[in-house]
Design a protein around this ligand. Structure first.
Ligand SMILES: [Zn+2]
Ligand SMILES: [Zn+2]
Length: 163
C-alpha cells in the first residue's frame, strides 16, 4: 500500500518496480497524436516529477531514444524484458524531470490529470469532466501550476545552471 505521498509502480512482467517519493509536480493528460501513437490509445497520462524522486526498487530500465514532435527526441525508459514504458524524459525538462506513466502505478486512480493538453487532437468520444483544465495546445506554467510546484521547478533549474 502507498502512503498518500508515495506511489509505487511496476512494469507488466514485474522485473522493474519503482517508487515515487512525493506527489508529482503536475499530471498531464496529453491528447496529441504522438502520444496516441506511442500508447496505441487515446491519450497518455504523465506525472511530472523530479528524477531523484523516482527510485528503482528492483530491476533496471533501458533507455530508448524515440522521435518526438520537437524533433529533439525523447528518452523513454522501458523494462528491458517486457518493454513496457515506465517514464520518459523530454529535452525541455532534461534528465532532471521524469514523466512517469501514471498507468504503471499500482494505484493510478490516485493521480487524475491536473491538465488536459493538445485537446485539439482529442478523440471525439473522450468526454472531459466539467471544470477540467483544458488546453487546445499548451499553456503558461505560471498560470496553471500550483505555487509549490513552481518553487520545486525553480530548484531543479537552479541545480541545472550550477552543474
Ligand atoms: Zn517488465
Ligand atoms: Zn502528447
Amino acid at each position: 500500500m502507498s502512503t498518500p505521498h508515495t506511489f509505487t509502480g511496476r512494469c507488466t512482467c514485474n522485473f522493474v518496480r519503482y517508487r515515487m517519493t512525493s506527489k508529482p509536480l503536475l499530471v498531464h493528460c496529453c491528447h496529441c497524436r504522438w502520444c496516441q501513437r506511442e500508447t496505441g490509445s487515446a491519450f497518455v497520462i504523465n506525472a511530472m516529477v523530479e528524477a531523484e524522486r523516482v527510485e528503482l526498487l528492483t530491476g533496471e530500465v533501458e533507455v530508448i531514444v524515440t522521435p518526438s514532435e520537437s524533433g529533439k527526441g525523447q528518452k523513454i525508459s522501458r523494462c528491458p524484458k517486457c518493454h513496457v514504458a515506465l517514464w520518459s524524459n523530454y529535452p525541455g525538462g532534461g534528465d532532471a524531470i521524469r514523466f512517469v506513466r501514471v498507468g504503471t502505478l499500482d494505484e493510478p486512480d490516485q493521480l487524475p490529470p491536473d491538465a488536459h493538453i493538445y485537446t485539439m487532437s482529442k478523440q471525439p468520444w473522450v468526454v472531459l469532466p466539467p471544470g477540467a483544465a483544458v488546453f487546445e495546445e499548451f499553456y503558461e506554467l505560471e498560470k496553471v501550476w500550483p505555487k509549490e510546484s513552481l518553487e520545486r521547478l525553480a530548484v531543479v533549474k537552479a541545480k541545472r545552471n550550477q552543474g
